[in-house]
Structure formats: C-alpha cells, structure tokens
Design a protein around this ligand. Structure first.
Ligand code: SF4
Ligand code: SF4
Length: 102
C-alpha cells in the first residue's frame, strides 16, 4: 500500500511579511543604547520606555515602510525579541489574525 505524504505548508514567519506587530508592545529602556530622547517616555517614577504615539505604535517606527528608524540604537529589548518566537507569533496572530504570512 502506498501512503501519500502531503507536505504540510508551514507559513514562513519573518519581519518582511509582518506589519511590525511587536512595535506596539511596551518597550522598557533598561540600558543606554543611544535611543534619541525624542523617542523616550519617562514616567513619574523615572522609568523609561519607548514613546508610543496615538496609534499605539512606537514613535521610532516609520509608518510607511514599517521599519525601525533607529535600528542601530534600538533598545536591548528590541534586540532580544526573537523573530518566530512564541511571543512573536502571538503578536502576529493577535494583530494580523491567523494569517502568519501576510
Ligand atoms: S512580530 Fe515578529 S515578525 Fe513581526 S516584526 Fe516583530 S519580530 Fe518581526
Ligand atoms: S525601537 Fe524600533 S524595533 Fe523597537 S519598538 Fe521601536 S520601532 Fe520597533
């Protein structure tokens, strides 16, 4: 008996097919990576986070290209956020529905 093996299509998860879903999360600034002050929100306790605009997204995100405009100076948290990790997929599912590739 021949058993037909159908290859399951696993949608690729990359930043290139994402709508910068992780860039509306709260990003704590816990080390000095040179984030420009205009992008930093300081709360009354002195804690620093990336400033988010009215649309809920980080102010350093280019709304047209969905690229980080301060990539070389992005906070440590952004550097550590792993593409295709559980958290990444979670954000994508939440913000783009179940479509993981688009
Ligand atoms: S949510 Fe994941 S795929 Fe989308 S921009 Fe962030 S790291 Fe990249
Ligand atoms: S600093 Fe850049 S990578 Fe980090 S949340 Fe803002 S736009 Fe996204």
């Amino acid at each position: 008996m021949n058993i037909e093996v159908n290859e399951l299509h696993t949608p690729e998860v990359t930043c290139a097919n994402c709508q910068a879903c992780c860039c509306s999360l709260e990003v704590m600034i816990i080390s000095d990576t040179g984030v420009p002050e205009r992008h930093i929100h300081v709360d009354r306790y002195g804690s620093e986070t990336m400033l988010r605009l009215d649309d809920g997204r980080c102010s350093a995100l280019d709304r047209e290209t969905l690229m980080c405009t301060i990539y070389e100076n992005r906070p440590w948290v952004c550097r550590e956020f792993e593409m295709a990790s559980y958290e990444c997929i979670n954000e994508r599912n939440e913000k783009m529905g179940n479509a993981q590739t688009n």
